[in-house]
Design a protein around this ligand. Structure first.
Ligand SMILES: Nc1ncnc2c1ncn2[C@@H]1O[C@H](COP(=O)(O)OP(=O)(O)O)[C@@H](O)[C@H]1O
Ligand SMILES: O=C(O)C1=C[C@@H](OP(=O)(O)O)[C@@H](O)[C@H](O)C1
Length: 169
């Protein structure tokens, strides 16, 4: 246990912050998307294109099950849609402290404006896509989280300090 689990919308910074925590505070880093890409030996975009979203969601569930028994003192970045399944939310809770990294739709739009790797956001109308998905997901992120961190108001160091304080309380 004692793991930090990062959830939130695409572009909220789960991977970037997770890697920073890993380097700066010496925790082993896992990223569910990278885990799946390595195991399947292909990209997330290719999985969506050839096998479809449901097959990808099954891979996410498998990944969380595989991770959940083994990790200690790690930081784990979780794909933005992984919490959609209740079974995954339960497994994440067992894995560690679940932190929702929050950013406004405008900010997410800026951060993702040049993205080509996230299949759910390709093909134009980025702001509308983000808005529609956020409408479906925000309550789920809030429900899944032990704590919320506003990524637009804090530095990474401040975010980390807030998370550790929450874990110690
Ligand atoms: N706190 C932040 N402030 C500004 N830009 C950020 C922040 N966190 C991440 N980014 C940028 O947003 C983009 C998406 O970040 P990423 O870590 O890939 O998000 P996620 O893993 O949640 O999808 C990257 O270009 C990253 O540099
Ligand atoms: O929100 C989603 O449904 C997804 C988020 C992505 O991960 P990031 O949140 O790391 O971008 C990746 O798992 C896939 O493209 C689907």
């Amino acid at each position: 246990m004692n793991n930090i689990v990062l959830i939130g919308f695409m572009g909220s910074g789960k991977t970037t912050f997770g890697r920073w925590v890993s380097r700066r505070h010496n925790r082993k880093f896992y990223d569910t998307d990278e885990y799946i890409e390595k195991k399947q030996n292909t990209t997330i975009s290719e999985i969506f294109a050839t096998k479809g979203e449901e097959a990808f969601r099954d891979m996410e569930t498998e990944t969380v099950k595989e991770l959940s028994d083994t990790l200690d003192n790690c930081v784990i970045s979780v794909g933005g849609g992984l919490v959609l399944r209740e079974v995954n939310r339960e497994l994440l809770r067992k894995l560690g402290t679940v932190v929702y990294l929050k950013a406004s739709e405008e900010e997410l739009c800026k951060r993702l404006s040049k993205d080509t790797k996230r299949p759910l956001l390709q093909g134009g109308g980025l702001h509308e896509k983000i808005h529609n998905l956020m409408e479906q997901r925000e309550d789920i992120y809030l429900d899944a989280a032990d704590m919320i961190v506003d990524t637009q108001k804090m530095s990474f160091e401040q975010m980390y300090t807030a998370i550790i304080k929450n874990m110690e309380d």
